[in-house]
Design a protein around this ligand. Structure first.
Ligand SMILES: O=C(O)C[C@H]1C=CC(=O)O1
Length: 97
């Protein structure tokens, strides 16, 4: 199942700089592990914002929720999830299983 996900990050200005650096480093490692596992096949920075558009490829809503709620930056994010279906005009058809 494919999901379009928008993440908007808002880290409080008064967060301890060491905590901030550690959290951002753990977020990067967590994200890259999921990318290597094929669960997070696309991530794009939204120009001019501390935000991204991502595509997740997971088995269920519950799996997506587990992955998103495990993000180290999750406490500092607003997340909008949009489920994706195959478009009938897509010349490539549905994604390969
Ligand atoms: O920078 C972001 O967009 C937030 C988050 C998502 C992946 C990652 O490494 O950080």
């Amino acid at each position: 199942m494919l999901f379009h996900v928008r993440m908007d990050v808002s880290i409080p200005d008064d967060l301890d700089p060491d905590v901030r650096a550690d959290t951002v480093a753990r977020e990067k490692a967590y994200s890259q592990d999921l990318q290597r596992a094929g669960k997070w096949p696309h991530i794009w920075r939204i120009v001019g914002e501390y935000s991204n558009y991502s595509i997740f490829d997971v088995e269920s809503n519950d799996e997506l929720h587990t992955l998103l709620s495990g993000l180290p930056l999750f406490p500092y994010m607003r997340i909008k999830v949009t489920p994706l279906a195959t478009h009938p005009s897509d010349i490539n058809g549905p994604p390969a299983p």
